[in-house]
Ligand binder design. Structure first.
Ligand SMILES: [Zn+2]
Length: 158
């Protein structure tokens, strides 16, 4: 799947971890970064190096350490929201790539098996269309879950 699709899916899914209004953009940014991360392996064992659960755990751990070392209190208070936002972006990237023909090497380097339902090609129209549909459904779910949809509807009703 294309990188922008992963980034949007990650940003939208991360919204669920935002406990306050001002955490919404921060969580979205962390989710977007998490969704961006796995394809850094494009030139080195693509779909293996960063598309497995171990690299995700290590990535989340490194982020946790970096945030806890940062001299900003806000980052310490909301550290779990930020780490979980980042992780969900990364996890959904792996999940969505699993839908494509190549699958993902979920347990690499311990297993060289590629996993996933492998439904369509990564650069196909279906892949992009489904990616945006997933992103839209996640966003809509969050709007309902957070109550923002009601707020918008009430404003529209006047
Ligand atoms: Zn990928």
């Amino acid at each position: 799947m294309h990188r922008p699709v992963h980034v949007i899916i990650g940003a939208n899914a991360a919204l669920f971890f935002a406990s306050t209004t001002y955490m919404i953009p921060l969580c979205a940014i962390m989710g977007a970064i998490g969704g961006y991360m796995p394809d850094f392996d494009l030139r080195f064992k693509h779909r293996k190096t960063l598309h497995n659960i171990f690299s995700l755990i290590i990535g989340a751990l490194i982020l946790y350490i970096l945030l806890s070392l940062a001299p900003i209190d806000l980052l310490h208070i909301y550290i779990w929201q930020l780490v979980l936002s980042f992780s969900i972006g990364w996890l959904l990237h792996i999940f969505c790539d699993g839908l494509t023909k190549r699958g993902v090497y979920l347990f690499w380097p311990f297993s060289n098996k590629s996993y996933g339902p492998k439904l369509f090609r990564s650069n196909s129209f279906t892949s992009i269309a489904l990616g945006f549909t997933i992103a839209f459904v996640i966003l809509l779910s969050w709007l309902v879950y957070s109550g923002y949809i009601e707020l918008v509807l009430n404003i529209l009703r006047g």
